[in-house]
Design a binder for this molecule. Structure first.
Ligand SMILES: Cc1cc2nc3c(=O)[nH]c(=O)nc-3n(C[C@H](O)[C@H](O)[C@H](O)COP(=O)(O)OP(=O)(O)OC[C@H]3O[C@@H](n4cnc5c(N)ncnc54)[C@H](O)[C@@H]3O)c2cc1C
Ligand SMILES: O=C(O)[C@@H]1CCCCN1
Length: 435
C-alpha cells in the first residue's frame, strides 16, 4: 500500500522489525568497550559477533548503480569508503542489473535535462578509466499525441534547453523509422543525443575503478542494523562498522533500512516484467541498422518504451513503465501479467515486424515516489545519514551525478545542483490521524 507521507515508526513496529533482524552483539556499538575488543569472553578465535568495529570515513549501503557511483566519488575525494552489498556480486535481485538502459536528455523537467549534461561527461570519463564502452548512441524517438500534455512537456523542455533534435513530419516518418505504425495525431521527435548504456558492464566498471582507488567492497553482507550517531554504526552478520557518515542507497529496500532510523518514505516498490519480443525478420529493429530507442507517451495508462535489438540478437526490448506492487524479498511471487497483455496489444498495433508474444521475460523493480522524482537528501534527524532513494524507474542514466551529489552531502559540502525537487520535506508531513 502506498504510504502518502513520511513518518517516524511507532514503537511496536520498531519492536517487530528488531525481532526480525539478527543482531550480532545486540547491534549496539556502545556496548563495545573503548578498546574496541570483545568484552564477552567467548573464547572463540573466530568470534564474528564480537569483532571490533572498523572505522571508515563513509559507509555506503547498497551496490546498485547509485551506491557504486557514490562510493566511487567518495574514493575519488580520498575518503576511506566501505560499500556494503547484501547479495554476492553481480546479482539480479535489485534494480540495476540487466544489459541495457536508456540514456537521454529528453525530459519533462528542466532540472533533469540540466543534470544530464554532466552525466554524459562522467559516463565518458568512466569509459576512459575502465577502458570499456558503456554508451552507444542510437537516438531516442519520442512519440505521443501532439496535443497531449506529456508530449508537449518533453518537446518544450528539449526546445528550451536547445537539445539537438529532429522532428519527423507524418509524411517522412516511415522513411526514417520503417516498420513502425504511427498513430494518427501523434507527433514524433528524435533526441539525437540519446542512446543505450550497457548496465551490467557499467556496474562492473564503476566497482573496479572504486576498488582501484582503494575502496572496499564487502558483498554478501546484509546490513541488519543502523545506529545513528557520530560515528554512525552499521551491523552485518560479519561485524559492526563505524563511519563519520552513512549513505543509504538500498533501492527497493530503502524503507527497510530507514526503519532503523525512525523514518519511512512514501515509496512503492513494483515488479517490472522486462519483455523481449522476437523480430519476424532478424535485424528489422537492430541497433546496427540504426533503429533508435523509443518512448511512446499517452498511448496507454503509462508510457511504453523500447530499445533496439542488440543484447539478445533478434530480440527487441519493449516494456511498460509500470508494474504491480511487490515486497522486494518476494519479487517472484508477484505474477501479475496485465502489463504484458497491454504490451502484446501495443506490439500488434505499432510494431508489425515483431511477434506479439514475448520471447523472454525477465524481472526488475522500480521504487516509486508519489511524484516520480528522486529522493536525494540528508536524513531529517541525523544529518550524517544521506539518502538516495525512489529513483522511480529512470535513475540509471543519472548514476554518475547522483553519486556526486550524495558524496557532497555525505561530506557536508554544498551540492552542485539545486536539490529542492528531491527533498524529503516535499512529502506531506506525518499526520496523526492518518497513522
Ligand atoms: C526494467 C527497468 C528498466 C529501467 N530502465 C531505465 C532506463 O532506461 N534508464 C534509466 O535511466 N533508468 C532505468 N531504470 C531505472 C534504474 O535502473 C534504477 O533507477 C536504478 O537502477 C536504481 O538503482 P539503485 O542503486 O537505487 O537500486 P538497486 O540497484 O536496487 O541497488 C540497491 C542495492 O542495495 C542493496 N541492499 C538493499 N538492502 C541492503 C542491506 N540491508 N544490506 C546491504 N545491501 C542492501 C540491494 O541488494 C541492491 O543491490 C529501469 C529500471 C528497471 C527496473
Ligand atoms: O529512464 C528511461 O529513460 C526509461 C524511460 C521509460 C521508462 C523506463 N526508463
Amino acid at each position: 500500500m502506498l504510504i502518502p507521507y513520511y513518518f517516524p515508526i511507532k514503537a511496536n513496529e520498531k519492536a517487530r522489525i528488531a525481532e526480525q533482524s539478527p543482531r550480532p552483539f545486540n547491534g549496539r556499538i556502545k556496548q563495545l568497550p573503548a578498546s574496541g575488543r570483545c568484552r564477552v569472553n567467548c573464547q572463540s578465535k573466530l568470534c564474528v559477533a564480537h569483532m571490533p568495529p572498523e572505522d571508515f570515513d563513509c559507509v555506503v549501503i547498497g551496490a546498485g548503480v547509485q551506491g557504486c557511483f557514490t562510493a566511487y566519488h567518495l574514493a575519488k575525494n580520498g575518503k576511506r569508503t566501505l560499500l556494503l552489498e547484501q547479495f554476492v556480486l553481480p546479482h539480479s535481485r535489485g534494480s540495476s542489473h540487466g544489459q541495457t538502459r536508456i540514456i537521454r536528455k529528453a525530459y519533462e523537467h528542466d532540472f533533469y535535462t540540466h543534470m544530464m549534461a554532466e552525466c554524459y561527461q562522467l559516463w565518458a570519463q568512466l569509459e576512459k578509466e575502465a577502458g570499456v564502452q558503456l554508451y552507444r548512441r542510437t537516438g531516442l524517438l519520442l512519440m505521443g499525441p501532439e496535443k497531449g500534455r506529456d508530449f508537449q512537456l518533453f518537446r518544450d523542455t528539449m526546445e528550451r534547453n536547445a537539445i539537438p533534435t529532429v522532428t519527423l513530419a507524418p509524411g517522412e516518418f516511415g522513411r526514417h523509422i520503417p516498420h513502425v505504425n504511427r498513430s494518427p495525431g501523434d507527433g514524433a521527435i528524435v533526441d539525437t543525443t540519446a542512446g543505450v548504456l550497457y548496465a551490467d558492464r557499467a556496474l562492473r566498471a564503476v566497482q573496479e575503478v572504486f576498488r582501484r582507488l582503494g575502496g572496499v567492497i564487502k558483498d554478501g553482507e546484509k546490513v541488519t542494523d543502523v545506529q545513528p550517531g557520530s560515528p554512525v554504526a552499521v551491523t552485518t552478520a560479519s561485524g559492526t562498522y563505524r563511519a563519520k557518515s552513512l549513505v543509504i542507497t538500498a533501492g527497493p529496500w530503502a524503507n527497510t533500512l530507514l526503519s532503523h532510523t525512525e523514518l519511512q518514505l512514501p515509496l512503492q516498490v513494483v515488479k517490472i516484467n522486462v519483455c523481449y519480443w522476437r523480430e519476424k525478420t532478424p535485424g528489422t529493429y537492430a541497433v546496427r541498422n540504426r533503429f533508435p530507442c523509443f518512448l511512446h507517451v499517452d498511448v496507454a495508462e503509462h508510457h511504453i518504451y523500447g530499445l533496439p535489438s542488440n543484447e539478445y540478437p533478434g530480440l527487441v526490448k519493449v516494456c511498460y513503465h509500470m508494474g504491480s506492487e511487490t515486497d522486494p524479498d518476494e519479487r517472484d511471487r508477484q505474477t501479475d501479467r496485465g502489463d504484458i497483455d497491454v504490451l502484446s496489444r501495443y506490439i500488434a498495433r505499432h510494431f508489425p515486424g515483431l511477434v506479439p508474444t514475448p520471447a523472454v521475460v525477465e524481472s526488475c523493480m522500480y521504487t516509486l515516489t508519489p511524484d516520480h522524482h528522486f529522493v536525494l537528501d540528508c536524513h531529517p534527524s541525523h544529518r550524517n545519514i544521506v539518502i538516495g532513494a525512489g529513483f522511480s524507474g529512470h535513475g540509471f542514466k543519472f548514476g554518475p551525478v547522483v553519486g556526486k551529489v550524495l558524496c557532497e552531502l555525505a561530506l557536508g559540502r554544498v551540492p552542485s545542483y539545486d536539490l529542492s525537487p528531491f527533498k524529503i520535506q516535499r512529502f506531506p508531513p506525518h499526520s496523526k490521524s492518518a497513522l
